[in-house]
Design a protein around this ligand. Structure first.
Ligand SMILES: Cc1cc2nc3c(=O)[nH]c(=O)nc-3n(C[C@H](O)[C@H](O)[C@H](O)COP(=O)(O)O)c2cc1C
Length: 200
């Protein structure tokens, strides 16, 4: 009886069960920041970072702006062809690599390895960035468009709250794919390094 009850709870929690290594995000604040026109004007690629990790609210807001859900019907903050939503957002940070699950508002840990060294590829400034976003898709036709919409949203969010960021195509693509055990045809199509400006 007790066993069945516990099994039932586990089944109910199902895919959204939060493991100890996962990061439960705080609720995103879906308002505030600079007005849109000011954020568009302020957006710039910046390559100097403070190593300090993003505050929990900032991380949650950044992820929501990039790939969050913005309607009761599960629509996203960016458009996708036929609304297939066939792109994944990963976060690389010191404590490992995580898949952003917008509905549960959780970062699911994929590995506890710090893979940020695979993001350097000759650009030393990148070592200071506390996080990288990875845009991973199987969609050969539109995947890069989807990633572009996402990194533009992320860039505007950064501009709106004063974070530094730069979109980057330079990373160890094959090694990352292997380390993340990406399935058939899935690839990292773009990345973005993000952090606070260097403290003075
Ligand atoms: C698809 C794409 C790939 C890029 N790859 C890199 C990169 O690997 N490393 C880098 O430092 N900047 C990279 N950039 C940033 C560009 O250098 C930058 O956007 C450009 O110089 C214009 O500057 P702005 O973003 O401040 O307007 C990339 C930008 C785009 C859109």
């Amino acid at each position: 009886m007790k066993k069945g009850f516990i099994a039932g709870i586990v089944m109910m929690l199902g895919a959204t069960a939060v493991q100890a290594e996962d990061i439960a995000l705080v609720a995103p604040q879906m308002s505030g920041g600079k007005p849109l026109m000011d954020a568009i004007k302020a957006r710039r690629s910046m390559r100097v970072f403070d190593e300090k990790m993003l505050e929990p609210q900032v991380l949650s807001d950044l992820l929501w702006s990039t790939w969050g859900i913005s309607s009761d019907r599960g629509m996203r903050v960016v458009p996708t062809a036929r609304n297939q939503q066939d792109i994944d957002l990963y976060v690389l940070q010191k404590s490992g690599v995580y898949l952003y699950e917008a509905k549960a508002n959780v970062l699911k840990q994929v590995t506890d390895k710090d893979l940020r060294e695979l993001m350097v590829k000759g650009q030393d400034f990148v070592r200071k960035a506390p996080i990288h976003l990875l845009f991973v898709t199987k969609n050969k036709r539109y995947g890069e468009f989807h990633a572009g919409s996402m990194y533009q949203n992320a860039g505007l969010y950064c501009a709106s709250v004063g974070l530094n960021c730069v979109v980057r195509a330079m990373y160890e693509k094959e090694e990352l794919g292997k380390a993340l055990q990406l399935g058939d045809g899935a690839e990292v199509v773009m990345s973005m390094a993000i952090g606070y400006p260097k403290a003075k």
